[in-house]
Design a protein around this ligand. Sequence first.
Ligand SMILES: Nc1ncnc2c1ncn2[C@@H]1O[C@H](COP(=O)(O)OP(=O)(O)OP(=O)(O)O)[C@@H](O)[C@H]1O
Length: 234
Amino acid sequence: MLDIAIQKTLHTGKRRFELNVQLQSASQHTVLFGQSGAGKSLTLKAIAGLMTPDSGHIRLGGRLLFSQPGGVNLTPQARQLGYLFQDYALFPHLTVRQNVAFGLVHGWLNPRTRAQHDEVEHWLYTFGLAAMAQQLPGELSGGQRQRVALARALVAKPGALLLDEPFAALDPALRHDMRQTLLALLAQVQIPLVLITHDEQDVALFGQQVFELRDGQAHAANLATFPEAPPRHD
Ligand SMILES: Nc1ncnc2c1ncn2[C@@H]1O[C@H](COP(=O)(O)OP(=O)(O)OP(=O)(O)O)[C@@H](O)[C@H]1O
């Protein structure tokens, strides 16, 4: 399902960071876990095509996305992956519907305000966003913004979903709700998932195969050692 062997050296001033990630996951849902600065986002960006490793290869869902040497480096668009950024990266001047449609209509034209696409309407409905389709992201709650970002990531029927700390920006009650929303979605939609997190409860809930990133390197982790999310007390 996921096969990564990548090397990348990064410099900032006198600091140097060596990313040297080797991992193979046969599971549909892979979680990369680790402390801040371990190399999680860099690895996810490499999978998405937003960061180019110095060498190595990346295979996901049977497709070769990157190989160097080998001369393969698919563009982010050609990789056909849904990416949920940590801060959701919504366009503040576009409505909810336009933001979701943006996942569908790549190019330099913003999606028209009232244009309707079946796929867009489907995801607006699925995530309970239809009633706020004409609102701007600034007029939404954190959980609603996250659902818009998820809808945008899913609308183009991606081959896999990449989630960067999807619940970190949410308060605990909302975090619980959104975890349940995502779990329900994953039960419906058979899609490979790569989720990065520093939260052990995300690991317990979403990990079928887990790797801990430490100092730029991946180590297979035992899922049984991660505590389940506690029950919610409202
Ligand atoms: N463009 C860059 N240039 C130089 N160094 C970078 C760059 N991007 C990241 N780094 C460094 O690489 C290391 C790993 O960064 P990365 O963003 O992958 O960490 P992370 O595990 O995702 O952390 P967090 O959980 O805080 O997001 C950090 O030390 C960071 O400073």
